[in-house]
Design a protein around this ligand. Structure first.
Ligand code: NAD
Length: 485
């Protein structure tokens, strides 16, 4: 089998020093797509040293802001022009349907454009002083940043880190997930074509426990920008503590509630959004509404409508333009999701729909959209992130009970509220612990605040601010200047 990918340092492919390879499998068919190296500490050292050289030579940091903008806009142009290819790579490696129009390559290009425009819109400030002195705070790049990202939206997650890190003037070592390395490499190629100086962006392939760890523990890395599970996010803090106290930005897991009151304007609209949210990308979305909290009086009616909506998908190969529901990323993830469903029923939940593997003849890893009801709030399926198309439904009677259920997990990424009562909405906005509380809507993407949306997660959903102007400032360090005259 061929080597499909090798790390990209200074714009050119480099052969890993590792002797072992890792197989990337197409989850729609179970067929091997190719091999890439497992990666080594030496691979990491080489990429970090290159980034450090570029940083010390100020190849990018000292680039005129107008030119920086141009380069990032060019990258956005190239990503748009190559969006179909990037979406195909992701579909082939992790099963995101090419038909999905959110968090896809075109959306990712839009985010790069936002970052390009923000290059000269993150000013520092002048401080009040007495006569005879001048004091100001400037915002400077943090230095060498490593971006360690998951497989669920490979293209989008790559630019969620790259866009802000580059707009802020840093050098970046990007480590994509071992399951979906292709689009990160392609984006780096496009960045060089767009005019990014060599060494400012390097990509290292490999596995988390070796390459990810070596990056996060590296003494010459100034910041780790991580997206992934909460358990690995916690490791990032340990790696930082045991190395050089590098800054950690961690966007981690979630168990977000859809909270539906009996005065919801239109149960059918809510049912559509709830079903779409838990089946989009097969439920492999950090902010998906995976818990359904329903006021008792509407529970049966709502569940019926959600189940109906869940049947409106077309399952199949993620590369087919008509497919709206693809496979889970790996056989292991499929087994994990199925075992959660089993655990749910063994802990007393009732299976309303789904619950099984299907399309077995394809060789792929398909799990039916699944609804569990009568889920006890402290049971495993109500507490743990499943990261699959499994909705865990529970009922409540009062607003306070809804708030307490919403806040009953260790996570706090997003929360979706369905009511026409402004008092209830405001109470939920104030007391529900989540980085995003959305009323009457799915999570905003292109609409509403769009790329300006910035989120700071609660609880064990992460640390730090991502996206928007505050998210770009996460990649900058404040430097105080004081002069007496
Ligand atoms: P993961 O934590 O297993 O892996 C994420 C990245 O970390 C990968 O690149 C992996 O190789 C690396 N890694 C794994 N183990 C490591 C280790 N010991 N040391 C260093 N690096 C290591 O997550 P995943 O399975 O790839 O992705 C799914 C998770 O990502 C879910 O929990 C999901 O909620 C989360 N996620 C969060 C957001 C967000 O914005 N909050 C967005 C997307 C995904």
């Amino acid at each position: 089998m061929n080597l499909i990918a090798s790390s990209l340092v200074e714009g050119a492919p480099v052969i890993s020093s590792s002797e072992e390879d890792f197989e990337v499998v197409n989850p729609s068919t179970g067929e091997a797509r190719g091999l890439h190296p497992v990666g080594t500490v030496e691979d990491v050292d080489r990429a970090v040293a290159s980034c450090r050289r570029a940083l010390d030579a100020r190849l990018w940091w000292d680039t005129n802001p107008a030119h920086k903008k141009k380069v990032l806009h060019r990258l956005a142009d190239l990503m748009e022009a190559n969006a179909a290819e990037l979406d195909r790579i992701d579909a082939m490696e992790m099963g995101k349907p090419v038909s999905l129009t959110v968090f896809n390559a075109t959306g990712a290009a839009g985010f790069v454009r936002f970052c390009a425009e923000a290059v000269d819109k993150c000013p520092g400030e002048t401080l009040a002083t007495g006569p005879g002195s001048y004091s100001a705070v400037s915002l400077v790049p943090r230095g060498v940043v490593t971006a360690i990202i998951p497989w669920n939206f490979p293209t989008f997650n790559a630019v969620l880190k790259l866009g802000p890190a580059l707009a802020a003037g840093n050098s970046v070592v990007l480590k994509p997930s071992e399951y979906s390395p292709g689009s990160a490499l392609r984006i780096a190629e496009l960045a060089h074509e767009a005019g990014l100086p060599k060494g400012v962006l390097n990509v290292v392939l490999g596995q988390g426990a070796t390459v990810g760890r070596a990056l996060a523990e590296h003494m010459d890395v100034d910041m780790v920008a991580f997206t992934g599970s909460t358990n690995v996010g916690k490791l990032m803090l340990q790696y930082s503590a045991s190395s050089n106290m590098k800054v950690v930005l961690a966007e981690c897991g979630g168990k977000s509630p859809q909270i539906v009151f009996d005065d919801c304007h239109n149960l059918d609209d809510a049912a559509f959004v709830i079903a779409f949210s838990i089946t989009m990308n097969q439920g492999q979305v950090c902010s998906t509404g995976s818990r359904l909290l329903m006021q008792s009086s509407i529970a049966e009616d709502l569940i019926g409508r959600v189940v109906q909506r869940m049947k409106e998908f077309k399952a199949g190969n993620a590369l087919e333009s008509t497919t709206t529901f693809g496979p889970l990323v790996t056989a292991k993830q499929m087994e994990r999701v199925l075992s959660y469903i089993e655990k749910g029923t063994s802990e007393g939940a009732a299976l309303v729909t789904g619950g099984h593997q299907f399309l077995k003849e394809s060789g792929g890893y398909f799990v039916e959209p699944t609804v569990l009801k009568n889920v006890r709030p402290n049971s495993t399926v109500a507490q743990e992130e499943i990261f699959g198309p499994v909705l865990a439904a529970t009922t409540f009677n009062t607003v306070d009970e809804a708030i307490s259920l919403a806040n009953s997990t260790k996570y706090g990424l997003a929360s979706y509220v369905w009511t026409t009562d402004v008092t209830k909405t405001l109470k939920m906005m104030r007391y529900v612990k989540a980085g995003l509380v959305a009323s009457y809507a799915a999570m905003p993407s292109d609409a509403g605040p769009g790329s300006a949306l910035s989120v700071e997660a609660h609880g064990q959903s992460g640390i730090g601010i991502e996206s928007g102007i505050p998210g770009i400032k996460s990649y900058m360090r404040q430097q105080l200047f004081w002069a007496n005259y």
